[in-house]
Write a protein that binds this ligand. Structure first.
Ligand code: BGC
Length: 431
């Protein structure tokens, strides 16, 4: 064996509804694509047609031995107009979850993953003063429909990426460039998370579930920020400030209800502990010589130019455990890489899981992003993250070499010499 998987570590994959389902025209990303704003001119209305092919995909997950699966549901399908709920969409998701369960896969449901129904988008979405109430109405309907089946929840995915890209840099819909809008969204998302956390627990207790059978948190996009030159005071200051503004303040607000600029304290927010696990989405490190992201010179990079830096995940996991409590498990709710031809993903998986398995941390679950190639937001279909390849023209699925390695790691609880020779040796990073 090259290494044994950390004791008890569960492996699975993550996806998001809009990125794989196809078919839905009623959300802000479908409209953005229709306006020709996605770089490669593709649209999430095609994607992997998972809405119709979920059985085939879940069968494949089961064949690959995946034990856990984090997935999203499309708010705009469920609530196509404000307070009008689609029984068809709700029944669809219930059926999908039942199918996962009967295949022995443990579901983790994400309630919001970047996309908004058009009616919500057009009223200002997360900047609207009633956004938390509106979101809570949707959450309640979802829990009333599938709450008996699902115990693991992510309320909101990456509020920081959503708010910075959509409202501050203006590169995602609705293309705003406003600090005021970012502050409103952060504050409303914090309230929405906290109230959803409480609502889910209350509803599940009422269903007769024990408190520990329900695990709720949120998934933040976390990076390690480092100064380009550690002796340069401006680089040091810029890296600390970026880290604080991008992730520290919003994480403290959502986890503890501790609100500091750029998060304001809404009336519905009280101090407390609003997490049952520490959720980390991790992709890369930011090397700072100013407020924008930078990449360390000479480092291995992925096909989107992001540095491959596995140690960062361990650093973050330990840092968050120290801060938010060693008694909470850490779930890596996303980790993966853009590798369009699957040239180095097997090595990426190998290196990351080896480090998780050999170092001291509280990581108990690892959800690889992504199960299947997905519509990668602004980059469209061009950027591939899946361990399963999709031919978008034929919708044919093919397990990649990295996917075969992942399966073999699950089956053998580690990397065998054969798997290493077959999958990892030919897999090489690039600069
Ligand atoms: C998001 C995913 C995205 C992935 C890769 C995360 O920021 O949650 O939706 O596809 O990163 O960029």
């Amino acid at each position: 064996m090259k290494f044994n998987l950390k004791n008890g570590l569960l492996l699975g994959t993550a996806t998001a509804a809009t990125q794989i389902e196809g078919g839905d025209e009623n959300n802000n990303w479908a409209r953005f694509a229709k306006e020709g704003k996605v770089d490669d001119k593709t649209s999430p209305t095609r994607a992997a047609d998972h809405y119709n092919r979920f059985r085939e995909d879940i069968d494949l997950m089961a064949e690959m031995g995946l034990k856990i699966y984090r997935f999203g549901i499309e708010w705009s399908r469920i609530e196509p107009e404000r307070c009008v709920f689609s029984e068809e969409a709700l029944a669809h998701y219930r059926e999908m979850i039942e199918y996962m369960l009967c295949k022995g896969i443990r579901p983790m449901l994400t309630l919001h993953h970047f996309t908004n129904p058009l009616w919500f988008e057009d009223m200002g979405a997360w900047c609207h003063k009633n956004a938390p109430d509106i979101f809570l109405t949707f959450v309640e309907k979802v829990i009333d429909t599938v709450g008996d089946l699902v115990g693991d929840y992510i309320t909101i995915n990456e509020p920081n990426v959503y708010a910075t890209n959509s409202l501050f840099y203006g590169i995602w819909p609705p293309e705003k460039k406003s600090m005021k809008a970012l502050v409103k969204a952060f504050s409303n998302m914090t309230e929405a998370h906290i109230r959803a956390y409480e609502l889910i627990h209350t509803k599940r207790l009422a269903l007769g579930k024990k408190r520990e059978e329900t695990l709720v948190s949120f998934a933040n996009h976390l990076r390690v920020f480092e100064p380009k030159n550690p002796k340069n005071l401006w680089h040091k200051f810029a890296s600390r400030l970026s880290e604080y503004l991008f992730q520290t303040a919003i994480t403290e607000a959502m986890m503890w209800g501790k609100c500091r600029f750029p998060v304001l304290k809404n009336r519905g927010v009280k101090r407390g502990k609003y997490y049952d696990f520490i959720g980390i989405n991790y992709y890369t490190r930011s090397t700072c010589e100013g407020i924008a992201d930078g990449v360390r010179e000479g480092s291995d990079i992925n096909d989107l130019g992001w540095e491959i830096y596995h140690e960062g995940l361990i650093t973050l996991s330990n840092r968050l455990s120290d801060k938010y409590g060693r008694e909470y498990p850490v779930f890596i709710t996303e980790n993966g890489t853009c590798d369009n031809s699957d040239a180095f993903r097997a090595r990426f998986v190998y290196d990351q899981l080896k480090l998780i398995s050999e170092t001291d941390n509280r990581i108990e679950r690892y959800y690889h992003w992504s199960f299947i190639d997905n519509f990668e937001w602004r980059e469209g279909e061009a950027a591939r993250f899946g361990i399963v390849h999709i031919d978008y023209e034929t919708q044919r699925r093919t397990v990649k070499q990295s996917g075969k390695l992942y399966s073999s790691i699950i089956e053998n609880r580690g990397v065998t010499d054969e798997a290493y020779n077959e999958f990892v040796i030919p897999s090489v990073y690039h600069k």
